[in-house]
Design a protein around this ligand. Structure first.
Ligand SMILES: *Cc1c(COP(=O)(O)O)cnc(C)c1O
Length: 393
């Protein structure tokens, strides 16, 4: 039987390759950071990680994690409610709730799991979930697992959101769901306006702050801090796999009763293993380093991102205005985007082309991400390299 399936799989893979959208995984033999070394022995300036604060490869974070490993051991071999809750898990839940300005928090193995487990326990067919059309795949999948009525509004379009809130007026509860920072365009959801609409139409608000936690807002507390709506967001999901050290793990922060319900009913929480304590220790170290640094790391990232945007525009590239460290360089067609990324790689810059189905067809881009570790000189070098590649194409 497998012969038939092999033929089917081979055809699909060939199609992906022919469309120029096959994804390759390059092997890295160094730590994550500003400069990485690949298995071929090449050193590259890295502009494609979510390592916004530069924490992923840092020695002090690794040390904090190592101390936790020593103190708490490698694993728990249990879910939380059987025998998988250590003091360090409770401490991290307290700290991340305080950090995000929420009442309580619950840990998950990943934010993908947090989003997969947040809707189904809280809402049913009497309710409506109103979701930005460009929300992360994990939010979309989480909503699919829930019986609530599903509605989508056009990306960042508050008029359309209001229309959908009106349409959902007869539902028992309504919840507006959005990414805080959208990973493909680096744009921000206007949480101030969303909260006004939520109040007007008696809706809850859920924000996935995975690309914001740690570096957006004056002290890195996320999009709620950025828009001055701390305490008004009912549910915040986020990851530890990006700015906060980049290992893995996620959480849901929010209203006390909501977190209590999730502890009883969320399936990825009830039926999947405890976050390893080594990760909890690393994340706690990351939070304490961030708090000690005040807002200097964050203003640094903002300045460097602005520097790259300005320089690229001046060199004639199609760059949108923005506030985040995610800066897409638009190519639209898929093959030139992939070719340019390859040429930049040959010049010693690690950037990744994003093509269909990760972004819509005809919206291919190279997504550049700036981190606190990059120097202005690194950024100037990258702008120069982009210009040289463009001249040759
Ligand atoms: C990265 C990301 C996730 C997934 O986070 P993991 O912890 O890696 O599973 C979820 N939502 C958004 C918006 C993300 O950017």
């Amino acid at each position: 039987m497998y012969g038939d399936y092999r033929k089917y799989a081979q055809d699909i893979l060939k199609g992906i390759e022919e469309r120029g959208v096959l994804k390759y995984e390059r092997e890295i033999i160094s730590r994550q950071g500003r400069e990485i070394e690949t298995s071929g022995g090449r050193k590259l300036l890295n502009f494609c990680s979510n390592n916004y604060l530069g924490f992923s490869g840092r020695g002090d974070i690794a040390k904090g994690a190592a101390e936790s490993l020593e103190r708490w051991g490698f694993g728990l071999s249990s879910v939380r409610f059987i025998c998988g809750t250590q003091s360090i898990h409770k401490l991290l839940e307290r700290k991340i709730a305080d950090f995000t300005g929420t009442e309580d928090a619950i840990l998950f193995a990943a934010c993908f799991d947090a989003n997969g487990g947040v809707f189904e326990p809280l809402f049913d067919e009497n309710d409506a979930i109103i979701s930005d059309e460009l929300n992360h795949a994990s939010i979309i999948d989480g909503i699919r697992l829930c019986k609530a009525k599903r509605m989508r509004y056009s990306h960042l379009d508050m008029t359309d959101l209001e229309a959908k809130l009106n349409e959902a007026a007869s539902s028992r509860f309504r919840i507006i769901c959005t990414d805080g920072v959208f990973s493909m365009d680096g744009d921000l959801a206007p949480l101030d306006k969303i909260c006004v609409l939520a109040e007007k139409y008696k809706a809850l608000v859920m924000v996935d702050d995975s690309h914001a936690t740690g570096y957006i807002g004056k002290t890195g507390r996320g999009t709620a801090e950025y828009f001055g709506v701390t305490g008004k967001i009912d549910i915040i999901t986020t990851t530890f796999g990006k700015a906060l050290g980049g290992a893995s793990g996620g959480c849901i922060c929010g209203r006390k009763e909501i977190v209590q319900m999730l502890r009883q009913k969320s399936r990825p929480y009830l039926f999947s293993n405890t976050l390893p304590p080594v990760i909890a220790g690393g994340v706690l170290t990351a939070l304490s380093i961030l708090e000690k640094s005040g807002s200097s790391l964050i203003s640094d990232i903002r300045e460097k991102s602005g520097y790259f945007r300005k320089g690229m525009k001046k060199s004639g590239f199609d760059i949108r205005d923005g506030e985040t460290a995610i800066i897409p360089v638009m190519f639209y067609d898929e093959k030139p985007a992939s070719a340019a990324a390859q040429k930049l790689y040959d010049k010693g810059f690690y950037v990744i082309p994003f093509t269909y189905p990760v972004v819509p067809a005809g919206k291919a881009r190279i997504r550049v991400q700036i981190t606190a570790e990059h120097s202005i000189e690194d950024i100037e070098q990258l702008i120069r390299a982009f210009s040289e590649v463009k001249l040759k194409m």
